[in-house]
Design a binder for this molecule. Structure first.
Ligand code: KG4
Ligand code: ZN
Length: 337
């Protein structure tokens, strides 16, 4: 059987992306047009600016994905697109492009949950072994997901306030570092020490939930107090101290969840999965506990469309396609997908 070719489109936040993926595993092309430069001067993503960029870029990005893959739209078996969650105006651009192509060329349309995409970025590097637990850490989400089988998701823990990436970006802003702050803090942390010993927020003993707003406030207070006293803080040490707290809790809860759930594999996913400290600590902990770990390569941690193509294969093979009535769902629920 020839493996289905899926053209995937992602536009939920600040990357306009398209990709052709064969059989949910082989990336034939993966085009990402980033808008980071346009959002930098605002210190974060401005939804209206994001939508305009998507409108300008989406057709070119799709054409480039097809031509790089050396595939015509007629050869594509289905068109997948991020249905949600994300910025409604941004999502709408990708969805409208996908619907137009599906309608004009008579192709099935598949709506994909953005977080399912992040999880399936791992399928592009190796086989998934079920049941598994996935730690998602991105700009909008921090969750622990249990997957008993392909395409079935149970959210067993989530952040009660800020997402990990959001906390990274806010701490970076306090240090006057450019957006997005995660990679900047990560870089500084490499040469710093955990001198501040910020709190580790574990919440109730059995909970898999997270909370980062208290930690974020501790960091901001430390910076302001130092400023008021006319003292200089060492940014590397502040970054290393913040990162140590985030990483210890993320790794601790992910390992506990994997053990409690008898997971055959632990997966890491989302933009923060690119974090060196997190990857290193999770690798070490998994090795010690004998838990097989799968992590996407750096290029597949941030938003991209190859991950959407990977996640689309299961609904496509199961015949779970969407209609042209599909709409952007900014608060789309993963468990119901
Ligand atoms: O998954 P993603 O690309 O977009 C969302 O779906 O949110 O994640 C973006 C987030 C941003 O908050 C960014 O600062 C963070 O991921 N991030 C990092 C690193 N690279 C990206 N955070 C910590 N360390 C990194 N190396
Ligand atoms: Zn994302």
């Amino acid at each position: 059987m020839t493996q289905p070719l899926i053209l995937a489109i992602e536009s939920s936040c600040d990357e306009t992306a398209a990709s052709v993926v064969r059989g949910g595993v082989d990336i034939l092309s993966n085009v990402v047009s980033s808008q980071i430069e346009s959002h930098k001067r605002f210190g974060g993503v401005v939804p209206e600016v994001a939508s305009r960029h998507h409108v300008e870029r989406v057709t070119y990005v799709i054409e480039e994905a097809l031509s790089t893959a050396d595939v015509t739209i007629e050869e594509v078996d289905a068109i997948a697109v991020t249905e949600g969650p994300g910025l409604v105006g941004a999502l709408l651009v990708g969805i409208s492009a996908a619907k137009a192509l599906a309608f004009a060329h008579g192709k099935p349309l598949i709506g994909v949950h953005h977080i399912a995409g992040h999880i399936y970025a791992n399928r592009l590097v190796g086989e998934l072994e079920f049941p598994l637990v996935c730690l998602i850490a991105s700009g909008g989400h921090t969750e622990l997901i249990y997957m008993p089988e392909d395409g079935v998701y149970e959210v067993i823990g989530e952040t009660r306030d800020d997402a990990a990436g959001e906390a990274y970006d806010k701490v970076a802003r306090t240090l006057k570092l450019p957006y997005p702050g995660g990679p900047q803090i990560d870089r500084l942390a490499q040469s710093g020490k955990d001198t501040f010993r910020f709190p580790r927020i574990w919440l109730e003993k059995d909970s898999y939930d997270f909370s980062f707003s208290g930690l974020k406030s501790s960091v901001i207070n430390a910076v302001h107090n130092a400023e008021q006293r006319g003292e200089k803080i060492v940014p590397e040490d502040l970054a290393a101290s913040f990162q140590a707290s985030v990483v210890e809790v993320l790794v601790g809860k992910a390992i506990r969840a994997a053990k409690d759930k008898g997971a055959k594999q632990l997966l890491l996913a989302g933009g923060v999965a690119a974090n060196k400290g997190l990857r290193g600590a999770l690798e070490a902990a998994c090795k010690q506990e004998g838990i097989p770990l799968l992590t996407p390569p750096l290029a597949l941690c941030g938003d991209n469309a190859a991950m959407i193509g990977a996640a689309a294969i299961h609904p496509y093979l199961a015949g779970r396609t969407s209609t042209l009535a599909m709409n952007a769902e900014p608060g789309l629920d993963l468990e119901s997908k």
